[in-house]
Design a protein around this ligand. Structure first.
Ligand code: BES
Ligand code: MN
Ligand code: MN
Length: 454
């Protein structure tokens, strides 16, 4: 083990150079213009898995973006860990708010700035390097390893979902190791045991059959924007409770043990508000900020499209408007069921003066993982060793759609050993990844393999 860690320490700088090359590829999964970049990123992963010494490395074609697979299965009798990550990244807009171009990785104050740095290229790459460190020093791994890296996480993982259902044997394993979440705070070794789910809807409201002069017609017909905002405002009450009938029916209650654990974490609501530039926080009554984000469902309008948004003033009564509305879900809410409840309720409260169409864009199931699984214990020891501190346990407000599929279809425990930080601007301008966490993540991955093999 010492040899492996020494190797990781002495190659620290070259890992950063390699990561830079990965981050230069603009693999934005949601934009069709980037189809070739998706291939380039997949091929980059293939090359790195091969260089690391893995076997059976290949690109797997799908209807969407390609998957990458690789394995090392020469430890009979030892457990098998499946390592999952994603090479796709989010779009970069608004581009003018970036201090350095999103696909020209730039190092500042020990952090690497680029789209995908923390979500998820940097984090995924840590495991490639830990495997390589074993194979380049002691020429073997303490357990069996399989990699499955996808290019559609940011758009709902539908190709991987299909692949998992059809290839359970190929990726069968005892645990799934994932680094695509955050540390509780810088320098604190953390394991995440819960993710929220998602139900993402679009509501399209149409009024008159064409845009109208707001003077000649204003006051005579319903204005779709006014109506839509009225509908949105009716979805949540003044206590932050979602008003959709049946919405909370399946929500898993927070336990006293969990509440106490959250309270024991070093968290300041004041600092949190200050960092976000708001005078006061807002959320569901009766819950702390961490409880709200980690254990309670929410409803948010992500964007409204419609009407006149150019410079200056145009007097117009728009014909059509739409809103993208997402609901973060918690165990045991079902995104399909929630989408139906949402649709029925919005249809019910919409007035006859407009036509309302509702689309279910995509969803993800929420999860809480088993804390007493052997894999979680191994990960807790591993990350604690790398950081030299006791591991803390938290839940997360974000979603990783495929995790539930892994848990259910492979009957394998997901281990969420993330090394990012929620302050690293994922999905936002100036995304970055702390290079010290990157380094400790490579060590944590190596320690995990040692521990889980025991
Ligand atoms: N890595 C994130 C999930 C995440 C976010 C973990 C914040 C920890 C902190 C993942 O790439 C992501 O962005 N997921 C999407 C999923 C959606 C597009 C289905 C999300 O949560 O919005
Ligand atoms: Mn991610
Ligand atoms: Mn993401």
């Amino acid at each position: 083990m010492e040899q492996v860690i020494d190797y990781i320490n002495s190659n620290k700088d070259s890992y950063i150079e390699e990561l830079k090359d990965f981050l230069k590829i603009p693999s934005i999964s949601t934009l069709s213009d980037h189809k070739n970049d998706m291939y380039d990123a997949a091929k980059f992963v293939v090359r790195k898995l091969e260089d690391a010494g893995l076997n059976n490395v290949k690109i797997i074609e799908t209807k969407g973006h390609p998957l990458v697979y690789g394995d090392w299965l020469k430890a009979p009798g030892k457990p098998t860990v499946l390592i999952y990550g994603h090479y796709d990244v989010q779009p970069v807009d608004p581009l003018d708010l970036w201090d350095s171009p999103p696909f020209e990785p730039t190092i500042k104050n020990g952090k690497i700035f680029a789209r995908g740095a923390t979500d998820d290229k940097g984090q995924m790459f840590m495991h490639v390097k830990s495997v390589e460190a074993y194979l380049k020093t002691v020429s073997k791994l303490p357990l069996n390893v399989k990699f499955i890296i996808e290019g559609e996480e940011e758009i709902g993982s539908s190709s991987l979902e299909k692949f998992v259902n059809e290839n359970k044997d190929m990726i069968g394993c005892d645990a799934v190791l994932i680094s695509d979440t955050a540390l509780f705070a810088a320098g604190i070794p953390t394991l995440t045991y819960g993710l929220r789910g998602l139900s993402y809807m679009e509501v399209v409201v149409t009024g008159p059959n064409r845009d109208l002069h707001s003077g000649s017609f204003g006051g005579s017909v319903a204005n779709p924007i006014n109506i839509l905002t009225e509908i949105i405002s009716k979805l949540m009450d003044k206590n932050g409770k979602i008003t959709i009938p049946g919405f909370y029916k399946d929500v898993l209650k927070l336990t006293k043990k969990e509440r106490d654990n959250f309270k024991s974490l070093p968290f300041s609501e004041k600092k949190y508000a200050k960092d976000l530039g708001v005078k006061e926080l807002k959320g569901e009554k009766g819950f702390s900020t961490l409880e709200r984000v980690w254990t309670r469902p929410t409803l948010d309008c992500n964007g409204i499209i419609g009407g006149f948004t150019g410079a200056g003033a145009k007097t117009v009564l728009p014909s059509k408007v739409s809103a993208k509305i997402s609901m973060r879900l918690v165990p045991h809410q079902d995104p399909k069921k929630i989408a139906k409840l949402f649709t029925n309720y919005v249809k019910k409260i919409a007035p006859k003066s407009v036509k309302v169409e509702i689309k279910d864009l995509h969803g993800a199931y929420p999860i809480v993982t088993l804390l007493d699984d052997k894999s979680t214990k191994a990960a807790s020891i591993a990350i604690s060793k790398a950081f030299g501190k006791k591991t803390v346990f938290m839940r997360e407000g974000g979603s990783i759609p495929i995790v539930v599929t892994f848990a259910q279809k492979l009957k394998a425990a997901p281990v969420l050993m993330g090394l990012g930080l929620n302050s690293e601007n994922l999905h936002s301008p100036n995304e970055h990844f702390d290079l010290n966490h990157f380094h400790l993540g490579i060590q944590s991955s190596a320690y995990f393999m040692e521990e889980f093999a025991k």
